[in-house]
Design a binder for this molecule. Structure first.
Ligand code: HSE
Length: 419
């Protein structure tokens, strides 16, 4: 019976996640899954497993007919894509944690799944231990998903927590994240938001049937957040988090971005500290639901791989229901965002781009303002990431076109009073 399928695994990568999986599988014999061979890049590295398990020849795994599952947890996106596509074409199911590879090759990966009929699962690639993909796929298989808001990168959340609550400086916090195995080998991927937007790209597919290359999505990281910004946040009783958000607008299209945001105490995401991730889902009748769990690290990530392996025993496949079984949604830039900006010099800020500016302060070192910008201005231009400018979204940042005229009028009246 398929249910009792024996899984014989070829594992690519024996780093934080690969070794974690090896250990976790040793503790779960009931899964009937065993690693036959592990392909690694550097054979000279000392590993905590028998030498006979390792090879540097990928074909030893990809061409072994006894191996029916390839688990791919390597760092580099291009070789990962090669491995995954060959494995699927060779009739093997694949479990992957390579978020960059999945985000950048999603159209090809969808075609490969359709052509081969093989399972390709990647729960570990987003929010590690939180079962977000399978939930979006199965539980929210309807048109009622109003919005989803999440912290999807553990390292940046860890760094922000350590900096603003434990008073470490940025370098110390990053070093700690690296030592604990949360950070990417190139930490720029975490810090500048690339890792978060990669994850967000395919979460948008499972949430809304949207397929968009991460380069085209609106995003930034935490690289420009200034100590003064955290002070402003604290004065307002808020925190700063790197938040990925998508919301269905009244025109039926989806607004989406990954940008630091002020998070008030009553927001579920304010509870998410250190390497934890959190996902808040707003749907038609259930109001809000909050998923919380470790978003990085060896065992939490391995636990998601394990869960995918378990699902393979009954031949589980993603159906991409929002893409193939419903009318897929489309993204839009046709909305506005209320933003906070801190900066050193007005000359770097194109004031004419703002619909209005409702608050501004000039400190000795830095100035800051709160104002409203079209989302397209941020997606298509980069002045707001340059010249040491820090942009943080306000707590409820989306303003729809229908509301803008009304607010514009009110803001002008207010400006009249102030002037
Ligand atoms: N560097 C990633 C993070 C690892 O910090 O979230 C987990 O995907």
């Amino acid at each position: 019976m398929t249910y009792h399928k024996q899984l014989t695994i070829g594992l690519f990568g024996f780093g934080v996640v690969g070794e974690g999986l090896y250990r976790v599988l040793q503790q779960t014999p009931s899964l009937r899954a065993s690693i036959k061979k592990v392909c690694i890049k550097d054979p000279s590295k000392k590993r905590n497993a028998p030498d006979a398990l390792f090879t540097t020849d990928r074909d030893e795994l990809l061409n072994d007919e006894e191996i029916n599952v390839i688990v791919e947890v390597i760092n580099e996106a291009d070789p990962a894509f090669e491995i995954v596509s060959t494995a699927l074409r060779n009739g093997k199911a694949v479990v992957s944690a390579s978020k960059k590879m999945i985000a950048e090759h999603l159209p090809e990966l969808l075609a490969l799944q359709q052509d081969t009929g093989e399972s390709f699962l990647y729960e570990a690639a987003a929010c590690a231990s939180i079962p977000v993909i399978r939930n979006l796929e199965e539980y929210y298989d309807n048109d009622l998903l109003h919005g989803i808001k999440a912290i999807v990168n553990g390292s940046t959340n860890f760094i922000l927590t350590k900096m603003f609550e434990d008073r470490l400086d940025f370098q110390q916090a990053l070093l700690l994240a690296q030592q604990l195995g949360f950070a990417e080998s190139d930490p720029k991927l975490d810090v500048e938001g690339y890792d978060a937007v990669n994850k967000w790209a395919f979460l948008l597919t499972h949430a809304y049937g949207i397929i968009e290359h991460p380069d085209n999505l609106l995003f930034t990281g935490i690289q420009n957040i200034h100590a003064g910004d955290a002070k402003v946040a604290a004065e307002k009783g808020q925190q700063i988090k790197l938040v990925a958000q998508a919301r269905k607008l009244s025109n039926g299209k989806v607004a989406s971005y990954v940008i630091p945001q002020f998070v008030p105490q009553e927001d579920h995401l304010s509870f998410v500290k250190n390497e934890y991730n959190g996902v808040v889902i707003e749907s038609g009748f259930s109001d809000k639901q909050f998923f919380y769990g470790k978003g990085a690290g060896s065992f939490p990530t391995a636990s998601a791989v394990l869960s995918d392996l378990s699902a393979l025993r009954y031949d589980y496949k993603y159906e991409y229901k929002k893409l193939y079984h419903h009318q897929p949604n489309t993204l839009t830039d046709d909305y506005y965002l209320r933003v906070y900006l801190s900066f050193t010099d007005w000359k770097n800020i194109p004031r004419e781009k703002f619909e209005w500016i409702e608050e501004w302060h000039a400190g000795e070192e830095r100035k800051y303002l709160v104002g409203v910008l079209p989302a397209s201005e941020l997606r298509l231009n980069s002045w707001w990431k340059e010249n040491n400018t820090s942009l943080i979204l306000t707590a409820e940042p989306i303003i729809e076109n229908v509301a803008i005229q009304q607010l514009k009028k009110k803001s002008l009246e207010l400006a009249g009073v102030i002037l």
